[in-house]
Design a protein around this ligand. Structure first.
Ligand SMILES: Nc1ncnc2c1ncn2[C@@H]1O[C@H](COP(=O)(O)OP(=O)(O)OP(=O)(O)O)[C@@H](O)[C@H]1O
Ligand SMILES: [Zn+2]
Length: 741
């Protein structure tokens, strides 16, 4: 029998080799494992560990986190089964993950999962093989035209994948194989693609006086070598990009990595071209359309420091930068920076947090900064750098309202006479017009004229949107789709289904009828298959290969179309109707200002025509008179009075379930258990405006607190009073919510 005393020293030794490992799952705690024989891996290392019945990849944490449900018998610890050869996450990334988890109340494991979004990194690195010519080899015994073509192409000595060589030579891979057998070609490892190295001084341009001043301020912030936030606030077309490029150059000179965040990375071919002009090579791009191997390569490049400048969507914030020294958030006001899925975070705000942890400078750029950033600039928390005029010297566009109550379009049409006139004139002058409507598809609602039947999504509280070009009725919430029927499914009558209201496809149809001679381009994400095609359309517009452009918000952001002179807003009121949303006014102001800001950027002053039923609405009036200050004053005063962000904190709790009663019951129970607090108001529970999504019934609660209250602490205390939620009921917490639907 083993003597217990004999065992003890062994157990102690084993305890000393304990490693806390965090797993990328919905848990907030680390688990202890025995270190591998070679010793405790450094923090941030990726290791393989047994977890339940599976083997999973986890991250070595520097300290244990959370309390295990029951104390673990050290003798029963399982061992780390392997250390992966992926570069470890920098310790700063671990701190960043903890910060986000603490702030958003998301499980730390889910935050870390966002940092592991390149699966290829964790797989063994396999070299890819290609073929290359054998110098001085004899000609193959049997020469054919196909073989000759292959040898001609390969004569440059490059290593190519077999398939691409065959494709270039217009033959089968069999021909290539034949030449390998004949000893003319040989297999060789394809060298890893390297990240290009941008040169800070590749090309410098002459800056305007205003730009020069702004650049000095940004450079000083970078040189300061400490945490600083600068709001780069410049009207549309003022040349903000050129200005922050100088800050990028400075950070590069200092040997630091740079991240430029853009809301709509898919649409930035123009941006990439400008970057290349300035720095001599394209930046490293990070977005969802990358292939698996590309993701792996870039993730590694960022971790090793080979990638110097990354341009990416919000997820680029979670790459493993070794020496990040500057973040630029372009179009910082954009709602696309908020993620409303799993971990609810606002990437612009998290960029500021990342900069503060890394003690470096962050630049927030916009022509229509968020109210939050304005207030921070006013109170001196952020530096405020202003570019007051357009670089080209042209004035900002002249904006007019078309009062639809007085000048409505003809029946069944959507463009009012003054807008049609405007387009006609612009066409005659050989310039481009842009029509903006933030609604995909042909019509937002289809109904039967005989029985009144309306097409509704079977899984969501939403009408089905007609997409006539694709011949489908679609739900924009869950993706449900139905071929457009010929007969009404309710009364069986044929030819009685009518489309109600316009979407961009319907506007395009009207434009084609009215201007048959014009070249039309329709830009809507659902009609364009992929990134490359989307970029091609944008380039066609830039080259003036379209006269009239019709688009959703894809066209609103950041583009520079020199010949675009007229912007028409088909429905200016669309965003104002969202009652419960405290940012509805702000968002409408930003969107209308940005879209109209596409007009007249390069040459003559542009025009913006806004079709509206509410020309006197304060937001509309501010847009029409170009009076941003009036809008800001009013909006800031309202936020202050209502304790709305940034003067107050909001947190939404969303309960959902397939079972209607269960969702309501749990929501009420949660409300019941709210700890009393003078400084915090709980609103709800109420059924969500979109009561059902994907078959799940939804209830909402909103907690509202003064700015100085730690709302996270309150929520943690509150939620810890809840018994574990059972069944399919889900509770999600959304700190600083942007969506109230
Ligand atoms: N110093 C400069 N020299 C030459 N061209 C410039 C300079 N600064 C800006 N430009 C040009 O002016 C145009 C507008 O600049 P840019 O796109 O940077 O403006 P922006 O402020 O980012 O606009 P928006 O907010 O509307 O996206 C671009 O075509 C840009 O190349
Ligand atoms: Zn649906």
């Amino acid at each position: 029998m083993t003597n217990l005393l004999d065992l003890q020293p062994d157990v102690k030794a084993r305890q000393g080799e304990c490693v806390p490992v965090l797993l990328p799952v919905a848990l907030d705690q680390t688990y202890d494992y025995l270190a591998p024989p070679e010793g405790v891996p450094p923090p941030g290392s990726f290791v393989l560990v047994p977890f339940g019945p599976q083997s999973r990849i986890g991250i070595v944490w520097d300290e244990p986190r959370g309390t295990p449900a029951k104390p673990i018998d050290p003798a029963k610890l399982k061992a780390v089964t392997g250390t992966l050869d992926a570069p470890p996450l920098p310790v700063l990334s671990l701190r960043f993950a903890e910060w986000i988890a603490g702030y958003t109340l998301a499980p730390l494991g889910m935050v870390v999962r966002m940092m592991m979004s390149a699966r290829e990194v964790f797989e063994p690195q396999k070299p890819r093989f290609g073929v290359t010519i054998v110098e001085g080899a004899a000609m193959p015994p049997r020469m054919t035209p196909a073989r000759q073509r292959v040898l001609d192409i390969a004569s440059d000595g490059l290593i190519r994948a077999k398939s691409s060589l065959a494709q270039e030579a217009a033959c089968t891979t069999g021909v290539v194989d034949g030449l390998i057998t004949a000893g003319c070609l040989v297999e060789a490892a394809i060298p890893q693609k390297r990240c290009p190295i941008p040169e800070p001084h590749h090309r410098t341009i002459e800056l305007s006086e205003d730009q020069e001043r702004a650049v000095m301020a940004l450079r000083a912030a970078v040189d300061g070598g400490t945490f600083a936030v600068t709001l780069l606030d410049g009207v549309t077309g003022s040349g903000k990009t050129e200005v922050y490029y100088e800050a990028v150059a400075r950070a590069l000179e200092r040997g630091r990595q740079v991240l430029i965040m853009l809301p709509e990375i898919a649409l930035t071919s123009q941006f990439m071209g400008r970057f290349q002009d300035r720095f001599g090579c394209p930046p490293v791009e990070w977005h969802s359309a990358l292939s698996g191997p590309e993701r792996g390569r870039i993730w590694r490049g960022v971790a090793t420091g080979e990638a110097r400048v990354v341009v990416g969507a919000r997820s680029a914030l979670f790459l493993p930068y070794t020496d990040l020294g500057l973040i630029v958030v372009d179009e910082e006001h954009d709602g696309g920076f908020k993620q409303d899925d799993r971990v609810h975070y606002q990437a612009r705000d998290m960029a500021v947090v990342r900069a503060s942890l890394g003690r470096f400078s962050v630049v927030l750029a916009s022509a229509t900064p968020s109210i939050e950033s304005h207030v921070n600039a006013r109170t001196g928390r952020y530096n405020h750098v202003v570019l007051p005029g357009r670089f080209s010297g042209t004035e900002l566009p002249e904006i007019e309202a078309i009062d639809l109550r007085r000048e409505p379009p003809e029946k069944g049409r959507w463009l009012a006479p003054p807008l049609v006139e405007g387009i006609t004139e612009t066409l005659a002058r050989g310039q481009q017009s842009l029509l903006f409507l933030n609604r995909r598809g042909y019509a937002p609602l289809t109904l039967c004229q005989k029985c009144g039947h309306r097409f509704e999504c079977p899984q969501c509280t939403a009408w089905l949107v007609e997409h006539r070009f694709r011949k489908k009725l679609n739900c924009h919430h869950c993706g449900f789709s139905l071929p457009i029927p010929e007969k009404c499914p309710s009364c069986g009558e044929a030819d009685k289904l009518t489309a109600c209201g316009p979407g961009v496809e319907r506007v395009a149809e009207e434009v084609a009828e009215r201007f048959p001679e014009a070249r039309i381009e329709l830009l809507s994400s659902d009609l364009i298959p992929g990134l490359t095609e989307m970029r091609r359309v944008i380039e066609r517009i830039e080259r003036h290969e379209a006269d009239i452009i019709i688009g959703t918000q894809l066209v609103a952001k950041g583009h520079h179309f020199p010949d675009l002179n007229l912007v028409g807003i088909v429905d200016g009121d669309l965003g104002l109707a969202q009652g419960a949303d405290p940012r509805a006014g702000e968002r409408t102001f930003q969107l209308l200002h940005q879209v109209t800001g596409r007009a007249g950027r390069a040459f003559a002053r542009g025009r913006g025509l806004i079709q509206t039923h509410l020309p006197d609405h304060p937001v509309m009036a501010a847009i029409i008179h170009g009076d941003r200050e009036a809008f800001l004053e009013r909006e800031i005063a309202q936020r202050q009075a209502g304790l709305l962000p940034p003067y107050g904190r909001l947190a939404a709790l969303i309960v959902s379930s397939r079972d209607k009663q269960a969702a309501e019951m749990i929501a009420r129970d949660i409300a019941h258990r709210a700890p009393p607090a003078e400084q915090i108001r709980i609103l709800g529970p109420t059924e969500a405006p979109i009561a059902i999504i994907r078959g799940r019934h939804r209830w909402r609660l909103l907690a509202k607190a003064r700015r100085d209250i730690d709302i996270q602490n309150y929520l943690r205390a509150w939620l810890s009073r809840m018994p574990p939620i059972k069944g399919d009921v889900r509770l999600s917490v959304d700190i600083d919510p942007y969506s109230f639907l």
